[in-house]
Design a protein around this ligand. Structure first.
Ligand code: SAM
Length: 308
């Protein structure tokens, strides 16, 4: 599919950018540029002294950013995982806001050759950063049955994780699993169609994608780096798309908000000094947004502010 046909509709655009409380001379980081929906909205609020730093681990996203923003003196662009944001000298003076719109973009899902989708047959790749790391096919070629089952269970909550893992390991001796269509049919064969309106491979594909891209590790490192880089009063605005991500974000904000830790029955554990305050509660897409963009359905937005 031609790149120009592959669009991404930004999710919770107004709410996420409002969460950053952009001021015109501030310095902001969009760690997940994608196709720039949020970045454009931040930039429209910046004056000549403002700065916008753009990161994405996907070279195609970065090519889009270069094509559109390279000549804007307020913008700097870097092809990298946002987990490395502190290594970028542009972030050294601190940031007034950091936006992370997690997960994959529509162009990644819709371009069959990226190998994220079970809807079209293509090489089983699934890497956001196509310049490094191992593909989903590489992982399935060497991982043990237990490792595969654990990934499907932990990252996909796939009830048939063991059955699917066993079938993969049995099949791969004669037939290495190298294509999306091959994996989707294997899963369909093993578990059958069970949830109406949902392909039986949905959970397994999500799980493999999270594993291949180390998404939860990147999020954990990114959140820690963000906390250090934010200036006092700086904002964190994060959109997650599945419960594991949202849980990590929620606990990170809670753990740095100075609330007493420990279980209700156990002795209270002294709270660490508060460094972050949640701004409002978790927010979800409106009915109107859901009707226009069904891909927003699992989105959760959380905003937090760095404290003195
Ligand atoms: C949901 S899309 C972002 C869409 C964007 N906000 C827009 O409006 O076009 C997620 C993007 O984040 C990128 N991404 C995901 N995890 C990343 C990470 N750890 N580091 C850098 N980029 C990442 C993906 O490659 C993808 O382009």
């Amino acid at each position: 599919m031609a790149e120009q046909q592959l669009k991404h509709i930004p999710v919770m655009l107004g709410e996420a950018v409002e969460g950053l409380a952009v001021h015109s001379g501030g310095r902001y980081l969009d760690g997940t540029f994608g196709r720039g929906g949020h970045a454009r909205a931040v930039l429209s609020r910046l004056g000549p002294d403002g700065r916008l730093l753009l990161m994405d681990r996907d070279p195609q996203a970065i090519a889009t950013a270069q094509a559109e923003f390279a000549s804007d003196p307020r913008v700097s662009i870097r092809h990298a995982n946002f987990s490395t944001m502190a290594e970028w000298d542009e972030t050294a003076g601190g940031l007034d806001g950091i936006l992370l719109d997690l997960g994959v973009s529509s162009p990644q899902l819709d371009e069959a050759a990226r190998g994220f989708s079970f809807m079209a047959d293509a090489p089983l790749d699934m890497r956001m950063d196509t310049t490094q790391g191992e593909s989903a096919a590489d992982f399935l070629a060497h991982a043990s049955e237990k490792e595969i089952a654990d990934v499907l269970w932990i990252y996909g909550e796939e009830r048939f994780s063991r059955k699917i893992a066993r079938a993969i390991v049995e099949d791969r001796t004669d037939n290495p699993i190298t294509r999306t269509g091959q994996l989707a049919s294997l899963i369909e064969r093993v578990v059958g169609r069970r949830e109406p309106g949902k392909h039986p491979a949905t959970r397994s594909f999500q799980a493999l994608r999270i594993r291949v891209n180390g998404e939860l590790d990147a999020l954990e490192h990114g959140l820690n780096a963000a906390l250090e880089l934010l200036k006092v009063g700086g904002r964190l605005s994060i959109i997650s798309f599945h419960s594991l991500e949202d849980r990590a974000v929620k606990l990170f904000i809670r753990d740095h908000s100075g609330r007493v830790q420990g279980s209700r029955r156990g002795p209270p554990v002294a709270a660490a000094p508060a460094r972050l305050a949640a701004v409002g509660k978790a927010r979800f897409p409106s009915d109107e947004e859901l009707s226009v963009n069904p891909r927003s359905r699992s989105a959760v937005l959380r905003v937090a502010e760095k404290l003195a």
